[in-house]
Design a protein around this ligand. Structure first.
Ligand code: FES
Length: 101
C-alpha cells in the first residue's frame, strides 16, 4: 500500500516518474526515487530473505544501511541492501535468495 495523500499539515506527496521493476519475476510499478525496500513494503512483502544458518526470515530492520538484514539480489548481483538501493527502470529484484557471506 502506498501513501497517496499527506496529512493536511504536510506538503502533498510528490513522486518521481513511474517505472517498472520485477520482484521475483513479477512486474511491479515503482517510482523513481524510491528504494527497493519501499517498493517491497508497498507490495506487502515483509520477508526479504532467509538466513543461511537456520532459515530465519529477515526484512527491513534499521532502514538506514547499518544492520544488513534487508539483503536482496539485484540484476544477479547478490547482497545489496534494499534500504539504500534506489530502484531503476527494468531492475530485476530477487528476494528469498540464499545469502552466502
Ligand atoms: S534494513 Fe538495515 S541495512 Fe537495510
Amino acid at each position: 500500500m502506498r501513501v497517496t495523500q499527506s496529512s493536511q499539515l504536510l506538503p502533498p506527496v510528490q513522486r518521481g516518474p513511474q517505472i517498472t521493476v520485477t520482484i521475483d519475476g513479477q512486474p511491479v510499478a515503482a517510482f523513481t526515487g524510491e528504494t527497493i525496500a519501499a517498493v517491497l513494503l508497498a507490495e506487502g512483502r515483509r520477508r526479504f530473505r532467509h538466513t543461511l544458518k537456520d532459515g530465519a526470515p529477515r526484512g527491513l530492520f534499521c532502514g538506514m544501511g547499518v544492520c544488513f538484514e534487508c539483503l536482496v539480489t539485484v540484476d544477479g548481483e547478490p547482497n545489496l541492501r534494499a534500504c539504500l538501493t534506489p530502484v531503476t527502470d527494468g531492475m530485476a529484484i530477487e528476494t528469498e535468495a540464499v545469502v552466502r557471506l
